[in-house]
Design a protein. Structure first.
Length: 396
């Protein structure tokens, strides 16, 4: 095996390990949240902060992180991300309420840095295989997140540490990622002087003045909004439709599994075409159809709806991440749009579940809530079409 092949394999391992740690520390919380609330005598609002704090950090810090990251070596930035993540994961299970929230804050910061930096790492290390490696990254992120949610309780029992075991196991994953990134950094230093340092372009630009950057940001935000509405509240909807609790969990699993093959294949296809409009239209059509089936048939064709929603969500997420690389000319641009889109996107997404729930309080049939999602899907498709056009954020 040649040295070049070894380096490529190590870089792929970095992408998988870093990606796998960007959602799992959050998704592992929900199954054991009731246990944490009981142990610390928290109310529901205080308990919900454990998952909402990282999302708030994503929305508030992504732009700042991008400004810092463009002046740093990509590898070093990833190392900082993992260090914050490891410290946060440890403090979260330390054993008192203060550390629980401080740990959640540091976890959010570590993931925020990784979210912003990893797409630029992929573009820098794999400029000819952006689609393939982005697909690997997306699958790793969401597959490990699904496993973290599905096996969280079982891990707690296996370790005999209950909720602490469920959450602390991800320290091991983060340490493995840190070892891989550190090894990749050392090899990169030996191979060339500062090859992986992001070079600033001669003509800087304000990403908040770029129409193309706004289109990408809004597309990402609305697709996240629809996804988080369904993940958070679909089980409650299905209970009202007459499904048993165990089956509602299976529906979420079907959605997650349906996302994975699309996440792997779609970035490869997208990099081979200049205008991804038909992929955006497919997102809108599949998502619209899935929600419409839920609206008219309730739980009757729920697994068909779950497959359509999962496939469209996977395609939408992959395109959002891929647009950071495809629609920017430089590493500088990739990090700037990554920071902006994730900041704006998570801010938009944060409003989704509350609005969806408030509409249900007003209309107990859930129809108004689904009208809201349908309108959001239409708007998402319009902005997605604009985001897919073959132009760069630096020029438009």
């Amino acid at each position: 095996m040649s040295n070049k092949v070894r380096i490529s394999i190590l870089s792929i391992v970095v992408v998988i390990l870093v990606g796998g740690g960007l959602r799992s520390p959050i998704t592992s919380v929900s199954p054991v949240l009731s246990e944490i609330i009981a142990v610390f005598n928290l109310n529901n609002f205080e308990g919900s902060l454990l998952t909402s704090i990282p999302l708030i950090v994503f929305a508030s810090c992504s732009v700042l992180v991008s400004k810092i990251a463009i002046k740093s070596n990509i590898h070093y930035t990833l190392i900082y991300s993992l260090l914050f993540l490891i410290i946060g994961l440890y403090l979260r299970v330390y054993g008192n309420i203060t550390m629980l929230y401080i740990g959640s804050l540091l976890i959010g910061l570590g993931i925020c840095i990784g979210n912003v930096t990893t797409p630029a790492y992929i573009k820098n290390i794999f400029p000819e295989k952006i689609g393939l490696v982005t697909g690997i990254f997306s699958v790793a992120m969401n597959l490990v997140a699904a496993l973290a949610s599905g096996f969280s309780i079982a891990i707690g029992k296996w370790t005999n540490l209950q909720w602490k075991g469920s959450l602390s196991i991800w320290i091991v994953w983060a340490i493995l990622a840190l070892i891989a990134v550190s090894a990749d950094t050392l090899i990169g230093k030996k191979k060339t002087n500062n090859k992986t340092t992001i070079e600033l372009p001669t003509n800087s630009f304000n990403v908040f003045r770029s129409k193309q950057a706004w289109y990408i940001s809004i597309f990402m935000g609305i697709q996240s909004l629809v996804y988080y509405c369904l993940v958070a509240l679909l089980p409650i909807v299905l209970l009202d439709y007459g499904m048993v609790k165990e089956q509602t969990g299976l529906v979420l699993l079907v959605i997650q599994l349906s996302m994975l093959p699309v996440m792997f294949i779609s970035p490869i296809i997208a990099t081979k075409i200049q205008d991804q409009k038909w992929m955006v239209y497919s997102v809108g059509f599949l998502m619209f159809t899935g929600i419409t089936i839920l609206f008219f048939f309730k739980a009757q064709y729920i697994y068909l709806a779950a497959v359509l929603i999962g496939a469209s969500s996977g395609l939408a997420f992959s395109l959002s991440i891929l647009f950071f690389s495809l629609k920017s000319k430089t590493m500088h641009g990739t990090i700037k749009i990554s920071g902006k889109a994730q900041s704006v996107g998570y801010l938009i997404a944060a409003f989704g579940p509350p609005i969806f729930g408030v509409l249900h309080d007003w209309d107990s049939s859930w129809q108004s809530s689904f009208y809201f999602l349908i309108v959001m899907i239409i708007i998402m498709t319009v902005f997605g079409r604009k985001a897919a056009k073959p132009r760069y954020i630096e020029e438009h």
